[in-house]
Design a protein around this ligand. Sequence first.
Ligand code: NDP
Ligand code: A1CAB
Length: 277
Amino acid sequence: MSNRIAFLGCGSMNEAILGGLLKAGTDPGDVVATVRRAERASELAGRYQGITAIAGEEEPDNNRQAAKGSAVVILGVKPVGITDLAREISPALSPDTVVVSVAAAVSIAQLEAALPAGQPVIRTMPNTPAKLGRGVVSVSPGTHCTPEQLQLVKDILRGAGTVVEVPEEQVDALSAISGSGPAYAFYLAEAMANAGEELGLDRELSLLLARETVAGAGLMLAEPGANPAALRKAVTSPNGTTERAIATFDQQGIPAIIAAGAKAAADRAAEITKQLG
Ligand SMILES: NC(=O)C1=CN([C@@H]2O[C@H](COP(=O)(O)OP(=O)(O)OC[C@H]3O[C@@H](n4cnc5c(N)ncnc54)[C@H](OP(=O)(O)O)[C@@H]3O)[C@@H](O)[C@H]2O)C=CC1
Ligand SMILES: O=C(O)[C@@H]1CCC=N1
């Protein structure tokens, strides 16, 4: 079996994983990516020298070509297209090719039903900081995935960040925290930039302050043993300014609002799973 990894559907998420793996030392010659548009394929080939990127509008057989002979294929299209893609590549898969899906809401059972009987499957839930090797990626093995195949994929995905193994029943909850979570952090940065403007700062300065502050705080959280509550307390002088801000957030129900948002994300995943049948 080759070392080849095929990224089938290489948009925001699969590109982030691809970027993280290359940064961690994966040989670009072992990477093939497929997309629909030729323009997107050229963009990827230009950005990641040495990979192969194949556009469906130029080579309609691109997904099967990429899947053939790959040790691992990572399905990265939208949830609604995942099982069609799985069926499309089925004739090109060897029995020990591990099929990894990054899709929200597509169950292992749905994936396995679309693939040849006995095909090893791993359902994952990554997030976009994978691009910097700072993502979180969950793995949940399917029925036919051996411990060695799971280990192989975990070793590969470690290039994208922290790998956690979870039972499939927990994926929707995990996705509501780490899968969608980068968007929540960016949303906070957007809100902070707007708040600075309302306080009279000019737009550019306020955006710079918000970006660097959220990024700097993120780096502190990334230190071993970091505790968010302790880090917050270290900024909050008794009877000072931060204390007033946090009290206002609490009074306005921000923690409950965040919990409600996360629950809505998890509920939406369950809803999509049902819709996909
Ligand atoms: N974005 C995120 O933060 C996260 C996303 N996910 C999951 O990742 C998956 C992809 O999402 P995302 O990356 O945001 O979506 P994007 O729309 O950014 O990427 C989808 C990519 O798939 C390509 N594509 C579509 N159909 C085909 C096909 N039949 N054959 C080959 N390529 C195809 C598109 O090509 P083209 O560009 O040419 O149109 C595009 O590059 C989803 O299932 C989502 O649930 C999971 C965790 C986080
Ligand atoms: O928004 C979505 O559906 C995907 C899954 C998690 C992050 N993005």
